[in-house]
Write a protein that binds this ligand. Structure first.
Ligand SMILES: Cc1ncc(COP(=O)(O)O)c(C=O)c1O
Length: 432
């Protein structure tokens, strides 16, 4: 038996705190600003949108935040701690001396890492007496996580799903409805902004920016409703740091220090969740952090670093981040969760510092990498996660060329069981 095939933790090894990256940044994080005054926003202004505890965490400057027992218990119920697995099959296929490890966020019942923050945010909201959450979803992973979390903590969920994903992955919508959520394709006829988009651009494929605008409009129009976001914001990435903290313990068990820590980046939450506990720990100062994005939506590799809106209608505060422009509609690639014009301000800062290295790939080699992973490891990865796999494969091939025994750790952020249209297009030769 190969000893590092699966590295497991006990249930009581679930982290007790979240790691806040903000005090570890070289320069202070530029604050969100009010678009009308261009002045820093008072945090209380966000309380009509988000639960108070999430707002408090958004601006929190300390190093850690305790995880409530109820949240840790829900995490156990839904599959944490997640395993780390050594990719023996993939390594053999590549004939590489590199050792490849992956953190299995695909094992959550909704299929991705998104449940970590959905559970946490929904817990805070329900404790504050909020009855309904409105949100957007791209690939449907976030919407599924919110739908399950709301079912678990007894709240209603209203989900605006980007139209192209709603059509490519109709069973995602069915999953969310099974959990009890209401789901509509966006742009929808439920909001003024959605109706305007549909009138001006009939058949619009939608984008995360548009769906966010709809969910915010819905939130402001309904009493006792709050908005929940699955990426980008400080508190969301904070909650995802359970991934990296578990990974550190597991890599210690394997007696390894990763040379490379790799993740795909949409808004930055799975990558930040894996990478931040390593970045915050001196022991990993030599590790290299690789953020992988699609060529079709190259926010970090070709965007500008400036203040921009988080949504298309301009309803959010402005954030300082790498952006392709709030009005940018990315091509309808299969990795719907990576079709976002901006990226987390903390990830942006670390890219500027030179601590995180971005790289972009086209979706054809990405899905080919996903297929090789499926054939060699048995798990069909989400198209988003296949971006990380493609980068891990290239690093392993580079190590082979140089005869180096590099250690590569990547985040398998989700499975692709609802993404068969993507693999079907690859197999049929219709993917471009
Ligand atoms: C499986 C999976 N991975 C990655 C992402 C990208 O989001 P983030 O960058 O916040 O991890 C998504 C978003 O929907 C996703 O579903």
């Amino acid at each position: 038996m190969k000893t590092q095939a699966r590295i497991l933790l006990d249930i009581d090894e679930i982290p007790k705190t979240f790691v806040n990256i903000i005090p570890y940044l070289k320069n202070p994080l530029p604050p969100p600003i009010n678009p009308e005054t261009e002045e820093p926003l008072a945090p209380e202004a966000l309380e009509r949108l988000f639960p108070k505890e999430c707002v408090r965490q958004e601006v929190f400057q300390g190093k850690s935040v305790p995880i409530p027992d109820e949240v840790r218990e829900a995490m156990v119920r839904f599959g944490r701690p997640t395993p780390i697995q050594r990719a023996y099959g993939l390594e053999a296929a590549l004939k590489t001396p590199a050792k490849i490890y992956y953190k299995r966020e695909d094992v959550s019942p909704t299929g991705s890492h998104k449940l970590n923050t959905a559970i946490t945010q929904t817990y805070y909201a329900s404790k504050e007496g909020i009855e309904r959450y409105a949100t957007e979803t791209g690939a449907g992973q976030w919407g599924s996580a919110v739908a399950l979390s709301c079912a678990y903590f007894g709240m209603d969920a209203m989900i605006y799903m980007v139209r192209v994903s709603y059509e490519q992955k109709s069973y995602r919508g069915t999953l969310m409805r099974t959990y009890g959520a209401e789901v509509v394709p966006s742009p929808s006829d439920k909001t003024e902004f959605g109706r305007r988009m549909n009138k001006e651009h009939p058949g619009h494929p939608g984008s995360l920016g548009i769906a966010i605008s709809e969910a915010i409009e819905d939130t402001l129009a309904h009493e006792n409703t709050r908005y929940t976001l699955g990426s980008v914001l400080n508190h969301v990435l904070l909650h995802q740091t359970v991934i990296g903290q578990e990974a550190i313990r597991q890599m210690e068990q394997a007696d390894e220090i990763p040379d490379y820590v790799v993740g795909c980046v949409g808004g930055g939450s799975n990558f930040g969740g894996l990478a931040y506990p390593f970045i915050a720990n001196e022991r990993y100062s030599e590790s290299k952090f690789i953020a992988v994005e699609p060529e079709a939506c190259p926010t970090l590799t070709r965007g500008e670093y400036r203040y921009d809106f988080g949504d298309t209608a301009g309803l959010t505060p402005k954030l300082k981040m790498y952006t392709l422009g709030a009005e940018f509609t990315p091509p309808s690639i299969h990795a719907g969760g990576l079709r976002y014009h901006g990226v987390a301000p903390t990830i942006s800062s670390l890219v500027l510092e030179g601590r995180i290295h971005p790289i972009a790939y086209d979706q054809v080699p990405v899905l080919e990498a996903g297929r090789l992973f499926a054939k060699t490891e048995g798990i069909v990865p989400a198209p988003e996660s296949a971006h990380a796999i493609k980068a891990a494969i290239d690093l392993a091939l580079d190590a082979k060329k140089k005869s180096e025994e590099k250690v590569i750790l990547f985040n398998l952020s989700g499975h692709g069981h609802f993404d068969m249209a993507a693999y079907g297009a690859l197999l049929d030769g219709t993917l471009s």
